[in-house]
Design a protein around this ligand. Structure first.
Ligand code: GYE
Length: 320
């Protein structure tokens, strides 16, 4: 841009500000967001939070649902690049395989914000910020609850089955890791079986049925990487003539309303909170990035643990 043109534009902007001309009003920020899918209550709440926050902030949100497919997310990100959005945000379904498309975004000078789930990339400058929970810690919290619970029956060995989240996803890898870390070396806690239920109720139920068929009454504990799989599994346990929450202790993660209802009904023993309400923070980071302000590389959400004993009291306060 030559000097004259720049002076002209500066003058025009100044005039627009003083006269408040609509033609020069600030353009709304455009964010392209690629969501994992709609696999769980958590995800639904996350989507609502992001859409509501964008609306409230006057931000234009281009929203794409990937139905839990990485190829769809890559396509969505490429289309956001082609549309020249201001900021790209996404919740990566799995951790690996993002280098190429993120390099394309970087070359196009479009900042990328990760929400909820992490990526595994060789160059950390491929994203500007990662907003989400500490999944390893969530796994540890689930494990610690069980270690404490086992102390109530000091002589008993508790056999555990695990329903993992989506294969290769950050929460599945990390929740497994954190839990294992805490129960490692504890001779009273034994992992019998571990398999993916893809974070859905239907798969949670299906895999729990298979676990019950193979192990029957040997199973003392179910650790599910999310509430939806636990809720599906609870149904399988009941259909097998057993009492979830009593015959089989049920531990899960997320803290959605469905989990509180299950706890109040005595069918779920504890849920480790994972907060999906990331919309407002995401919009703030996107605004700051677009304005050239420095943003934190990592923002960890604050969460707690809710055992069944506090479920009825906490239920009215739950927002998702
Ligand atoms: O726990 C699960 C969802 O990535 C934290 O994805 C999220 C997980 C959440 O499907 O319910």
């Amino acid at each position: 841009m030559n000097c004259n043109r720049r002076t002209f534009l500066a003058a025009a902007f100044a005039a627009a500000f003083t006269l408040n001309l609509p033609a020069f009003a600030a353009k709304p920020l455009v964010i392209g967001f690629s969501q994992v899918g709609a696999e769980s209550e958590w995800r639904t709440a996350n989507t609502v939070s992001i859409k509501d926050a964008a609306k409230k902030e006057g931000i234009t949100l281009k929203f794409a649902d990937a139905q839990q497919k990485q190829e769809s997310q890559v396509k969505a990100i490429r289309s956001f690049i082609a549309q020249r959005v201001d900021v790209i945000a996404f919740s990566p379904v799995v951790e690996s395989g993002w280098d190429t498309v993120l390099r394309e975004a970087k070359r196009a000078n479009i900042p990328v914000i990760l929400t909820d789930r992490a990526v595994n990339v060789s160059d950390p400058s491929l994203y500007v910020s990662f907003l989400g929970s500490d999944f390893v810690e969530e796994g540890r919290r689930a494990g610690r609850w069980l270690v404490e619970r086992q102390k109530k029956t000091p002589d008993a060995v508790l056999n555990i089955v695990e329903l993992q989240g989506t294969v290769g996803s950050a929460p599945a890898l990390d929740r497994k890791k954190g839990f294992e870390e805490v129960i490692a070396g504890n001779s009273k806690l034994k992992m019998l079986r571990s398999q993916t239920g893809d974070f859905t109720r239907a798969k949670g139920k299906e895999v729990m049925e298979a676990f019950l068929k193979a192990e029957g009454k040997k199973i003392n504990v179910l650790y599910a990487h999310n509430d939806d799989m636990a809720i599906g599994a609870i149904q399988a346990i009941e259909e097998a003539g057993l009492k979830p929450g009593k015959d089989i202790l049920v531990i899960s993660i997320d803290g959605v309303k469905g989990a509180f209802e299950a706890m109040i009904a005595g069918k779920l023993n504890v849920t480790v909170e994972c907060n999906p309400l990331l919309g407002p923070q995401l919009m703030q980071i996107a605004r700051d990035v677009a304005a050239g302000k420095p943003v934190p590389k990592r923002v960890v959400t604050q969460e707690s643990v809710f055992p069944a004993e506090v479920a009825a009291k906490e239920f009215p306060n739950r927002k998702y």
